[in-house]
Design a protein around this ligand. Structure first.
Ligand SMILES: *[C@@H]1O[C@H](CO)[C@@H](O)[C@H](O)[C@H]1NC(C)=O
Ligand SMILES: *[C@@H]1O[C@H](CO)[C@@H](O)[C@H](O)[C@H]1NC(C)=O
Ligand SMILES: *[C@@H]1O[C@H](CO)[C@@H](O)[C@H](O)[C@H]1NC(C)=O
Ligand SMILES: *[C@@H]1O[C@H](CO)[C@@H](O)[C@H](O)[C@H]1NC(C)=O
Ligand SMILES: *[C@@H]1O[C@H](CO)[C@@H](O)[C@H](O)[C@H]1NC(C)=O
Length: 372
């Protein structure tokens, strides 16, 4: 109460003014203190906020790193699985077809299947129908087909003698398939084919068109076109690019042809059993031949090729040919191929009582796979 009643002067100012000034000062001090404490709390808060932010950033970074790692792991696993699945997409098949063994029928099936099973078919056209290539051409051919990624998987077919791919330092050599036929049947078919052509390309003018001599007549007069050396075909095709292979009657060539058939061909079919051959191809190389039997059994005539005119040979013609050394060697090779084919057939296919062909079920499985 006394303060309110202050009166008088101090240093020339009335006491009341002093009181007002003091009050203002006190108010300022307290406001400052409040502000200061607020400010220090803001600093603390700001500090915690930036700490939090840092922590969150760190966490997010770790998360991203983890998910990146997971994604990488997932991707590499996927790539591995895809690679396993695509192993068959790297396969290259070489079918070095022998003329007049029914190879057009097989090639026809392959051309029909390539769209369905998604693979490439490529014909190898050698100039002047040469059956052998120079060493440089062999190298070029092999390097090309094994590196042509855009054209994988693929089947190459052409009238070419066997090439031993293992000599060319390949990581993944192609797979060989082929087909052989009874050698005299093959020669007779060829003999009439070059005279009369076939129903596949009926208007194509053949090499010996207009020559109407029958095979019997030719043999009777020891003609050039039916001479036993014309039988020397399947042995050199399987024997390959060595000089001896092309010498009619060479014993080493016969042995080499047999060795190659066993060691370098996945399957060699026989013309007389094309249906079984297709079934085996379907079992062993489904990536390419899935559906081959069904297609063939539909009996689509486009796969069949028949020489237009063909006269069965007389018994004396047969006797004369079968007496020749070259026939006996070619026949031996053919029988070797048949024996081999029949064995593979017996372990790959089975028949039901109606005679329908089936692929035998798989007889192995994997187990006890460690570590898990
Ligand atoms: C909060 O802290 C950051 C740095 O950590 C600083 O740049 C910013 O000015 C501060 N804010 C306040 C209101 O203090
Ligand atoms: C191979 O090529 C030649 C030249 O281009 C051609 O005349 C011939 O008809 C071809 N052969 C086949 C079987 O297509
Ligand atoms: C293989 O030959 C074909 C045709 O000449 C060519 O287009 C292709 O590029 C070649 N591929 C390789 C890998 O050499
Ligand atoms: C082949 O043709 C000639 C005439 O061009 C004929 O004299 C001969 O009888 C014919 N031979 C056969 C087997 O048709
Ligand atoms: C038979 O083959 C021809 C030519 O490849 C094709 O156009 C036709 O559709 C085929 N027929 C059947 C029943 O598959």
């Amino acid at each position: 109460m006394s303060v309110l009643r202050l009166s008088g002067n101090f240093l020339g100012l009335p006491m009341r003014t002093w009181a007002v000034l003091l009050s203002i000062f006190l108010i300022c001090v307290s406001v400052y203190r409040v502000f200061d404490s607020l400010n220090s709390q803001i600093v603390i808060l700001n500090d915690s906020r930036s700490k939090l932010e840092k922590a969150i950033t760190q966490l997010q970074l770790e998360n991203i790193q983890i998910s990146e790692r997971q994604q990488q792991e997932l991707a590499s696993e996927k790539a591995l699985v895809a690679k396993e699945g695509n192993l068959e997409d790297d396969i290259i098949i070489v079918y070095n077809r022998v003329p007049k063994t029914g190879s057009t029928s097989l090639a026809g099936v392959v051309y029909d299947l390539c769209l369905i099973n998604k693979f490439h078919v490529i014909h190898l056209n050698t100039s002047k129908n040469q059956r052998t290539l120079s060493l440089a051409d062999q190298m070029h051919f092999i390097t090309n087909i094994t590196h042509w990624e855009k054209r994988k998987p693929a089947i190459y077919h052409g009238h070419l003698a066997f090439i031993d791919f293992s000599r060319f330092g390949l990581k993944q050599p192609p797979i060989y398939i082929n087909m052989v036929r009874e050698p005299l049947d093959r020669l007779i078919s060829y003999y009439y084919f070059v005279r009369y052509g076939d129903d596949f390309r009926p208007h194509m003018k053949r090499r010996k068109a207009g020559d109407n001599e029958s095979f019997d007549e030719c043999v009777a007069r020891d003609g050039e076109d039916c001479a036993p050396k014309n039988l020397w075909v399947q042995i050199p095709y399987f024997c390959g690019h060595h000089a001896e292979c092309w010498e009619s009657g060479n014993e080493w060539a016969l042995e080499e042809a047999k060795r190659n058939l066993v060691h370098h061909y996945l399957i060699v079919g026989i013309t007389e059993e094309l249906r079984s051959f297709l079934a085996i191809l379907e079992a062993v190389l489904p990536r390419f031949f899935h559906g081959a039997s069904a297609l063939y059994n539909q009996g689509n005539k486009s796969h069949l090729r028949k020489t237009s005119k063909k006269y069965p040979p007389k018994p004396e013609t047969l006797d004369k040919i079968k007496d020749s050394h070259i026939y006996r060697m070619e026949r031996e090779f053919y029988e070797y191929a048949v024996e081999h084919f029949h064995y593979i057939k017996s372990i790959t296919l089975r028949r039901n009582i109606d005679g329908d062909i089936f692929i035998k079920e798989r007889r192995f499985l994997f187990e006890k796979i460690r570590p898990r």
